[in-house]
Design a binder for this molecule. Structure first.
Ligand code: SF4
Length: 394
């Protein structure tokens, strides 16, 4: 098992994110760009993604590919054979050995039976992120998920049975009127399954989501903060490290993909609505792909810097803005920001640029300036948004 990237790592690395936009139906709390189609063109979509990859991979040639992450939408609706063909193509284009990569697929319980999970494992996928969200049928029904608790447990057990040794489960807390005891019971039930990784999020109801329009409201901030604090305590006792604001892992089982993004390494986002980041010296180029309707007929623009598909939105951040992005992302993680890597990219130490604000945040007990890194305290991880706000207004 390769270890997660360290913040001070100097050998350049990168990751690939592939967005798969299809969902069986829209969950009531979600306003992501998703597609509901009975006749989604699985093969044509793969070919379109491969065409995009062929045009864009060269931008990342100076670094070593570490991870491939298939998210959505519901990539568990993409036939495993299509995923396998895509993975082999991406590894070949990137000059990487598929067996060396962390390859994650997000799955919804119930989309894949044991046979399909075995085929997915056989195609080179070695990590699953299962959208469990709750193990209580009433809560799942409020969230209008397509599965019940029994299906979630079966998906987890089937995945284990076919050889997945690295599984993450998502849990949503802060549900309307959810008690602290109910949340604790959900967490304990999930821990009893013994996943390597857990992501615990407070429910957010986007204004456009069906649940928000129906008058549902998540818990108030204080009650939610209580649930999140209880989460950290309970998971620490169960042997999970709180390594990012919403993420917990057994030793060495952090998400390598998400860590490299938070540590400021470049990533290539392929597919409809996918986001990318490429480096140009100390500047960052961010690319947002068009949604599915435009993406499926968009050709790569080879004379563009960076190469991207028609209709993509490109933004450049440089100078203080680029420095701020690195600090804000890095301070969401337990390991924080490496001062050496920051100096290497920007020619300045973070304390030279943001000294007074960082010192103030340290006095408030939210972070520590150590010789090699700037790291959040345990309390600072809870106040990552406040830290970001203070840095942005410095
Ligand atoms: S499965 Fe995920 S992406 Fe699809 S509608 Fe539900 S929450 Fe949104």
């Amino acid at each position: 098992m390769r270890q997660a990237p360290q913040p001070s790592q100097s050998q350049p690395i990168w990751g690939i994110y592939v967005h798969y936009p299809l969902c069986a139906r829209r969950c009531g709390y979600c306003d992501f760009e998703t597609v509901q189609l009975d006749d989604f063109p699985h093969q044509a979509y793969r070919e379109r993604v491969e065409q995009e990859a062929a045009a864009r991979v060269a931008d990342y040639a100076d670094a070593a590919l570490e991870t491939v992450y298939l998210g959505g939408g519901s990539p568990s609706l993409w036939p495993p054979e299509q995923i396998g063909q895509l993975l082999r193509g991406l590894a070949r284009q990137a000059g990487a050995d598929l067996g060396e990569l962390e390859v994650t697929v997000e799955i919804n319980p119930g989309d894949l039976d044991r046979g399909a999970l075995a085929r997915l494992r056989g195609e080179g996928v070695n990590r699953l992120s299962i959208g469990v969200q709750s193990l209580d049928d009433r809560a799942l029904s409020t969230l209008t998920r397509t599965h019940d608790a029994a299906r979630a447990r079966r998906a987890y057990q089937d995945a284990r049975a076919v050889g997945f040794a690295n599984i993450s489960c998502d849990l949503i807390c802060g549900l309307p009127q959810q008690s602290a005891e109910h949340h604790r019971a959900q967490l304990e039930a999930l821990v009893a399954l013994e996943p390597e990784h857990l992501s615990v999020y407070g429910l957010t109801l986007a204004a456009r989501s069906p649940l928000a329009r129906a008058g549902y409201r998540p818990l108030d901030d204080d009650a939610l903060a209580g649930q999140l604090e209880a989460t950290t305590e309970l998971l620490a006792m169960a042997g999970y490290e709180h390594y990012e604001v919403s993420n917990y892992a057994r030793v060495g089982r952090q998400s390598r993909h998400n860590l490299l993004v938070w540590q400021g390494w470049p990533y290539l986002g392929l597919g409809a609505s996918a986001h990318s980041m490429a480096l140009r010296g100390s500047s960052a180029l961010r690319v947002a792909n068009p949604a599915y309707g435009a993406y499926r007929s968009a050709s790569p623009q080879l004379d563009h810097d960076p190469v991207c598909v028609e209709g993509a939105r490109v933004e450049r951040s440089e100078g203080r803005e680029a420095q701020l992005e690195v600090l804000m992302l890095g301070l969401r993680t337990r390991d924080g920001v490496s001062r050496a890597r920051f100096r290497e990219r920007f020619g300045q130490d973070p304390l030279e640029v943001f000294g007074p604000t960082l010192e103030q945040l340290a006095r408030w007990g939210l972070l520590r300036a150590e010789a090699s890194s700037i790291t959040p305290t345990s309390r600072g991880l809870w106040f990552a948004d406040e830290i970001a706000l203070r840095l942005a207004s410095a």
